[in-house]
Design a protein around this ligand. Structure first.
Ligand code: BDP
Length: 641
């Protein structure tokens, strides 16, 4: 064998190895790229102003992935909205750099969806000013209600003194920022609402600055959750009483310290006097007394206080839990500073698979409000069930006009799992949250199609079939877990499986499933009408009347608002008991169908993600059967008593 032949053979082998590696790289789909699976292009010529970090990112993204001809990016006051943009031919204009970045992601999304570098003239701007994620991440990297690994905010990998972080942390943060910016998210709360006071200690603020610096070019402002007793817990005051001078001074100094390091810091999110968290109530002060002290401290710097209305069991012990937010906050409306926003969960209880909307949105008129949605699937199968939540959020928007809100927050489902969210389809909920915060008029269906196309395949059959699965998935979950207005039948603490007979004397009654079921041999359901707790009276017209009367109450909320006899005739002429059984069976049946659709989808999905989803659908099916059997068995035992 000549030397040339040997070299040739060796070259070929190296190529083969490289090709194999390369193709593994292309084919292996571990979900880590989320919906940003753009193919490299590198062909476009992008003209843009220089010297701005955000515009540089927009240029880089387009240069790397835009497959069309040249584009010109320009800043112009013609675009009115600070975050908006205009596309006209090959000209992209925005008032601020962030608009150009949003335009870049818009173009790449359309290209990924259509397969073409399409330029359609349009003007876009976000519907809501604040579009933020709330991470429930703890400094020890655990995540409350997190089902996708540990926190991505790895504090030990950040050196606050030198302002640097590990390259892994940097890489993950950049991917996180890209994903958020690609769907218009512009704020993030880095830590749990059950907040460690240490998050406000100087050493953490130094580290927060490093994260804020990394996220800033992507238009994302950083917020922190604050423990109301921080000054005292950090040993710097003797009390956390908001009327105390030293406490006020502490908050002012803290604000100054934060803003010196992070000039665009968003503000503080506070869970006060709820589920054991400290608050102004500990000193006989009101929520507005407490919120206003923080608001005064942040005001000079433009910071916000986001105060949560998820408060129960403090001042209104014994009252129906779903009424307590209104009881606690309605009389304080008008007493909050202008930079205070009241943040409320979509439903009055706690992120159940279905709840009526929270009536606090009807009762607060003089304080800015934000809605809090739960992207992480605490009560909807965690990272094991395929449950697409956009349909639930659209349902909420049909009662509470999102355009009247100052912002919207989503409790994040993000962790350090390779695919970020655990279940491959849970990524869709992160995606849909951002898209709806940008434009709440988008349909849940079109968002599912967008996401599927970008995340898996543009194949028509695949997208159509899987869109129908996603669209049916939330109702399936309601059916197999708690149909017809049933709620909180979850196992204690982890909230995963069914425990309809759950009762523990040592727990507050509001945590016990039997309290919500109110089931006996006669019937089932919580009477919240005017003959019961009167929760229906907290709703605006016409819902107050509609919900109050068992005859007009929508059946999906029936057992939320009414205690109904087992043999009550439903609108279809069959008894409540019959209907309940039917719903549970339908729920199980739907999951079975999801499995067969997924089976047929095999040719369109890479093996790795296909297998992952398939395994999870088996788990979901088993769980759905368990929910049905456990609940129906228990109800029957009561009914037959
Ligand atoms: C409940 C969660 C709990 C949270 C609480 C909250 O079970 O972990 O701390 O809400 O929102 O859904 O504060």
């Amino acid at each position: 064998m000549t030397k040339t032949t040997l070299t040739y053979i060796m070259r070929c082998c190296t190529m083969c190895i490289m090709l194999t590696l390369f193709s593994i790289d292309i084919c292996a789909e571990d979900g880590s790229q989320l919906w940003l699976r753009y193919a490299k292009s590198g062909s476009a010529v992008i003209n843009a102003p220089q010297g701005n970090a955000t515009i540089d990112i927009a240029v880089r993204e387009l240069r790397d992935y835009w497959r069309g001809a040249s584009l010109t990016l320009e800043l112009s006051d013609d675009v009115v909205d600070d975050e908006g943009f205009r596309i006209s031919g090959t000209h992209i204009t925005a008032r601020k750099p962030i608009g150009l970045l949003y335009a870049a992601y818009h173009l790449l999304r359309v290209q990924a969806e259509t397969g073409q570098p399409m330029l359609t003239d349009c003007t876009e701007k976000p519907a809501l000013r604040i579009r933020m994620l709330n991470h429930w991440d703890n400094p020890d990297l655990t995540i409350e209600r997190g089902y996708a690994g540990k926190s991505i905010f790895k504090w030990e990998e950040i050196d606050g003194e030198s302002g640097t972080m590990s390259s892994e942390m940097q890489a993950r943060l950049t991917q996180y920022a890209r994903a958020c910016a690609s769907i218009g998210i512009n704020g993030t709360v880095l830590n749990n609402v059950n907040a460690s006071p240490f998050m406000l200690a100087r050493v953490y603020i130094n580290k927060v600055k490093v994260i804020a610096d990394a996220l800033r070019p992507y238009g994302i402002r950083v917020f922190l959750s604050a423990n109301f007793a921080s000054p005292m817990a950090l040993g710097e005051t003797k009390t956390a009483d908001p009327a105390n001078k030293k406490v006020k001074t502490w908050w002012m100094k803290k604000a100054k310290q934060i803003y010196q390091l992070i000039p665009d810091f968003g503000g503080l999110l506070v869970k006060a006097n709820s589920e054991g968290q400290p608050g102004p109530g500990d000193y006989g002060r009101s929520h507005s007394d407490g919120a206003n002290v923080l608001a005064d401290a942040l005001k000079p710097y433009g910071g916000l206080v986001i105060w949560r209305s998820f408060v129960y069991g403090a001042n209104h012990k014994g009252e129906d839990r779903v009424k307590q937010a209104v009881s606690e906050f309605a009389h304080l409306d008008g007493q909050f500073r202008e930079n205070v926003i009241l943040q409320s969960k979509n439903g009055p209880l706690d992120f159940q698979p279905r709840e009526p909307y929270a009536p606090i949105f009807d009762n607060i008129k003089h304080t800015d409000q934000m809605a809090e949605l739960q992207i992480t699937q605490e009560y909807t199968g965690q990272s094991k069930h395929l449950v697409y939540l956009a349909t639930m959020w659209k349902e909420f928007f049909s009662f509470v006009n999102p355009r009247q809100l100052r912002g919207i927050a989503g409790v994040a489902n993000i962790g350090d799992d390779v695919n970020w969210c655990g279940h491959p389809f849970s990524q869709a909920n992160w995606y849909a949250f951002g898209r709806l915060a940008w434009n709440p008029e988008l349909s849940a269906e079109s968002i599912a199609e967008e996401w599927l196309t970008q995340t898996f395949s543009r194949e028509f059959y695949f997208v159509k079939q899987l869109t129908s699965v996603m669209m049916a998935s939330r109702e399936a979950c309601v059916d197999y877990m708690m149909p017809l207005g049933l709620h909180h039948l979850f196992k204690f603490d982890h909230h995963y499986g069914p425990e309809p007979d759950g009762f523990k004397a040592e727990y507050p009654i509001e945590w016990c499933p039997v309290y919500y079921l109110q089931a006996d041999s006669i019937g089932i359901g919580f009477n919240r009408s005017s003959t019961g707790t009167g929760a229906t009276s907290q709703y605006r017209s016409p819902y107050n009347k509609l919900y109050d009367d068992v005859k007009t109450c929508p059946e999906e909320y029936l057992l939320w608002f009414h205690h109904v006899a087992w043999d009550y005739k439903m609108r279809n002429g069959r008894t409540l008991w019959d209907n309940l059984q039917q719903h549970y069976c339908d729920g199980v049946e739907k999951v079975k169908q999801f499995k067969s659709v997924w089976n047929a989808a095999k040719p369109f999905v890479d093996a790795e993600r296909w297998q992952h989803v398939d395994t999870l659908l088996d788990v979901q099916y088993d769980n759905a059967c368990e929910w049905k059997d456990t609940c129906l068995k228990y109800f029957k035992s009561l009914k037959d008593k």
